[in-house]
Design a protein around this ligand. Structure first.
Ligand SMILES: C[S@@+](CC[C@H](N)C(=O)[O-])C[C@H]1O[C@@H](n2cnc3c(N)ncnc32)[C@H](O)[C@@H]1O
Length: 249
């Protein structure tokens, strides 16, 4: 069972919905209403929270993810869009089964989930190959301030009708790695829950590293917006995330 399968059943929490919603709203504002892609790829689509939002204005959307359990959730969520939305199991570090998209998104700090720089470089190379000339790649990354403030010895508990998700986080500055021990309590019946635990690691990649890998993969016109999905941080200079927009050259 993959790491993500262990908490897929309780992934749909308000906080995760908010990241996808704010990612989408910020992206649409930044790209402008005149940007009208015909085909979008949602890289690391997870349970399809962003895929669903994309499908409301993009005629054809393909969600790609490695986790079958996440893909099953995404498929159920987007069933009403029929053939306009499809899902494929794919490893983002390998060539992707799609070409000619005008937009590729990767929300939910996927670049930090890909820890090794050579692997992240391959993700950008394959995203570039799947995009049309001048197509756009949009993704978010966690800032160093996020790891220092929100990961260092922090515990989060999220609740939803499907069950609870507890994240116990730590931050190792020398390795630039955050560790999240994820315990899911998936509701079964009559007050009974099924508990599963897994450990996820996320790496802080510097802006210079991300820019270098994007350039090597054939992206240009790179824009980096200070960004946070959390309203209370918008007045703060230390934003949780950055939102990146890069053009396939
Ligand atoms: C935090 S979730 C984000 C999901 C979704 N984009 C969202 O905004 O809710 C990270 C997702 O990345 C996927 N993932 C991680 N590494 C991957 C890889 N190498 N190839 C494909 N998917 C990957 C996981 O399966 C998981 O569904």
């Amino acid at each position: 069972m993959s790491q993500y399968a262990r908490f897929a059943r309780v992934y749909d929490q308000d906080a995760h919905r908010q990241v996808a919603r704010e990612f989408h709203a910020t992206m649409v504002r930044a790209l402008g209403r005149s940007f009208r892609p015909q085909l979008a790829l949602d890289l690391g689509c997870g349970s399809g929270l962003l895929t669903e939002l994309l499908a409301k204005h993009v005629p054809r959307v393909v969600g790609l993810d490695l986790s079958r359990d996440m893909l099953d959730l995404a498929h159920d969520r987007c069933r009403r869009f029929g053939k306009r939305v499809s899902f494929l199991r794919a490893d983002l570090t390998r060539p992707l089964p799609a070409r000619g998209a005008e937009l590729a998104t990767a929300s939910g700090d996927i670049v930090n989930h890909i820890q090794a720089l050579p692997a992240l470089g391959r993700v950008f190379v394959h995203a570039r190959a799947a995009l049309a000339q001048r197509g756009l790649l949009v993704f978010d990354s966690l800032t160093q301030a996020c790891f220092e403030c929100d990961w260092d010895d922090k515990v989060y508990r999220m609740s939803s009708p499907a069950g609870d998700l507890v994240m116990e986080c730590s931050w190792e500055p020398r390795q630039r790695t955050g560790t999240a021990r994820m315990t899911s309590y998936a509701r079964v019946d009559r007050g009974r829950f099924e508990r599963r635990t897994t450990v996820l690691k996320e790496k802080f990649h510097t802006d210079a590293e991300i820019r270098r890998l994007l350039a090597r993969a054939g992206f240009g016109d790179v824009a980096r917006l200070e960004w946070s999905p959390w309203p209370e941080q918008l007045a703060d200079h230390r934003m949780d995330r950055a939102l990146w927009i890069a053009r396939a050259m």
